[in-house]
Design a protein. Sequence first.
Length: 215
Amino acid sequence: MYQRDVSLIKDFVAVGGPDALVDGVVRFVLTTIQAGLSTCTGQAQKIIDDGLDANCLWGKKSDGLAYARDNKEWLYGQVYKIAETHGYDSVTGCVDVVQLFMAVPNLGMVKAAFVAQCLGFNVSCIDSHNIKRLGISPNLVKSPPSTMKPATVRKKIVQYVELCQLKGTEYWWNSWCEYVAGNQANRKLDTGDIVSYYHVECVTYGFEPDFYSSY
């Protein structure tokens, strides 16, 4: 699942450029915050219809999407600069890209890591589901506060990335998809395979052409 679907997302961003990164991946990740995965295509349609005024962009989600759109060329360039310099698997590369997306309002460490995971970096989104099923302390994944010194923030992100890499991004992606499949918030997404591919549908929603309509 991971190999297929993250490869599709990476190809989509590579072909689609900064718009695909921001109104694809970043938009999707923002819509997953405190919301069921199965609602994300509906939220994407609201954003297409109503823009930054969409009612699903509550709190600082609208600010986050606005920031990402305003800085899309820079964000896109930095992603590939990091990947070229450090690769997709190194701790340094993963920490750099997580920090890059933590600058987006409303993206804390975990959700910034989810953006990075969708782009193929060896990091993952250790969310409330993973904390519950694996008995992980919430303190290990808590986003560092803005008042923390930069060096301490980076140390915290390094610890998070190293935690993710104990099992690796593919494990976290596939096991999460299997775990949430068919639960109360995802009754129509009733297999891990369907949950995984739904990530691709959410990221590519509203873009033309539909590169993956034949799946």
